[in-house]
Design a protein around this ligand. Sequence first.
Ligand SMILES: CC(C)(COP(=O)(O)OP(=O)(O)OC[C@H]1O[C@@H](n2cnc3c(N)ncnc32)[C@H](O)[C@@H]1OP(=O)(O)O)[C@@H](O)C(=O)NCCC(=O)NCCS
Length: 184
Amino acid sequence: MTELVTSDPDGELVGKPTSVSRITLSHIMTAGDTNLLGSVHGGVIMKLVDDAAGAVAGRHSGGPAVTASMDEMAFLEPVRIGDLVHVRAQVNWTGRSSMEVGVRVLAERWNESSPAQQVGSAYLVFAAVDEHGKPRRVPPVVPETERDKRRYQEAQIRRTHRLARRRAIMELRERRAAEGLDDA
Ligand SMILES: CC(C)(COP(=O)(O)OP(=O)(O)OC[C@H]1O[C@@H](n2cnc3c(N)ncnc32)[C@H](O)[C@@H]1OP(=O)(O)O)[C@@H](O)C(=O)NCCC(=O)NCCS
C-alpha cells in the first residue's frame, strides 16, 4: 500500500487537499478551431488542457508553475463546432517541486441533450518555479477520495516509468558518445 505524505520532509509545507485546486474550464468550439474535416484540431484541445492544468498547478503551488512534460494525451472521440467542451483538471501527485496534473476532456454536443461524453484525457507534469525560473518546493497534495488515492498511486507508477525511461535514454547516449559514434 502506498504511503500518502501529508507534510514535506522538513515539515515546512502543509498538505493541500485535492479539491482545493481542482477546476473545470469550459469553452464553446467555433469555426476557427476546426481542421479540414470539420472536427476540432487536437492542438486546440491540447492548449485548453495545458491552460486548465496550468491553473491547477499555480493554484496548488501558490505561484508560477511551468509545463515540464505532457504525456498520454488521448483523443477518444472527435470534437465538433458548437460543442461545449469541459476540461477537468486536478493535481494527482506531488514531488519536491513537481506536480502531476490529470486532465479529463468532456464534450456536450450542441444538438443533443445527452450527458457530456469523455473525449480525451492527458497527464501533465508541472514544475513550480521561483522568480528566477528555478524549481521551488510545492505543498504535498492530500488525496481525499478513493478515486483521488487511486490516481495518486497511478501517478507514482507513471513517475517511476518517466524517470526510468529518461535514465535509460541518457545512458544509451553516453555509451554511444563513449564509443565515438556521432549522429549530429
Ligand atoms: C521544468 C524545469 C523548471 C526543470 O528544471 P531543472 O533545472 O531540470 O530542475 P530539476 O531537474 O530539479 O526538475 C524539477 C522537477 O521537475 C521534474 N521534471 C523536470 N523535467 C521533467 C520532465 N521532462 N518530465 C517530468 N518531470 C520533469 C523533476 O523530476 C523534478 O521533480 P521533483 O522536484 O518533484 O523531484 C526546466 O526544465 C524548465 O524551465 N523547462 C521549461 C519549462 C517551460 O518553459 N514550459 C513551457 C514551454 S513553452
